[in-house]
Design a protein. Structure first.
Length: 205
């Protein structure tokens, strides 16, 4: 029997947002005691919580989420531990990365998700690593951070220009260490630059 690990953060009005992005707002539209049902109006940014960046996010004329085939959102997962807050290309080269994989980088930053350091003191993926991942033909990468790089976001642009999707704000990645697993990262089918997603890993046990 397989085991499912939830890699997504909860989304509510207290969910942190990238500096400068709008806060999430949730308003009741239907109250059970009054209306006989519950209904809510949710106003969120496309890059809040656990979410997926589509090429259109950083590439002019890039694909929006609805233009990406559904098979791109699921695949064999590869877990890579990032030690001492530094991405190491030589270590990454030793991982068994195959064409079509979804590579998840565990930095440990999710442990301080609600602290300011989460947004201003995270390790960055280098351009050399991004280009290596392109050569390996992975379909997606994911990080337990707010971003794989800093402004002006060169790694975002390198990956997205090559149709490699990016998952940000993952959690529970430590549960995947030493495991074989598949990743399912399904965003809302919006015709725009990105969207929140429910991301899970199915362990092969």
């Amino acid at each position: 029997m397989s085991k499912i690990i939830d890699l997504s953060v909860s989304l509510n009005e207290d969910t942190p947002v990238y500096p400068g992005d709008p806060k999430t707002k949730i308003e009741p539209m239907g109250v059970f005691n009054k209306d006989g049902y519950e209904d809510s109006y949710v106003c969120i940014g496309t890059h809040v919580g656990t979410h997926i960046d589509a090429p259109r996010h950083m590439v002019k004329g890039g694909k929006s989420l609805d233009k990406i085939t559904i098979d791109r959102f699921a695949g064999r997962g590869v877990y890579i531990k990032v030690s001492d807050k530094k991405f190491d290309l030589e270590q990454i080269k030793k991982a068994d990365i195959q064409k079509g994989d979804i590579v998840l980088f565990h930095t440990g930053m999710s442990a301080i998700y609600y602290q300011t350091e989460y947004y201003n003191d995270y390790p960055a993926i280098t351009e050399d690593i991004a280009n290596f991942l392109i050569k390996k033909k992975v379909k997606m990468i994911g990080v337990d951070m707010c971003s794989p790089d800093y402004e002006p976001f060169p790694v975002h642009r390198i990956l997205l220009k090559n149709d490699i999707l990016i998952i940000e704000n993952l959690t529970n990645l430590k549960e995947l260490r030493g495991k074989e697993f598949r990743v399912y990262a399904l965003p809302i089918k919006l015709q725009i630059d990105g969207a929140p997603a429910r991301v899970v890993a199915e362990l092969n046990e």
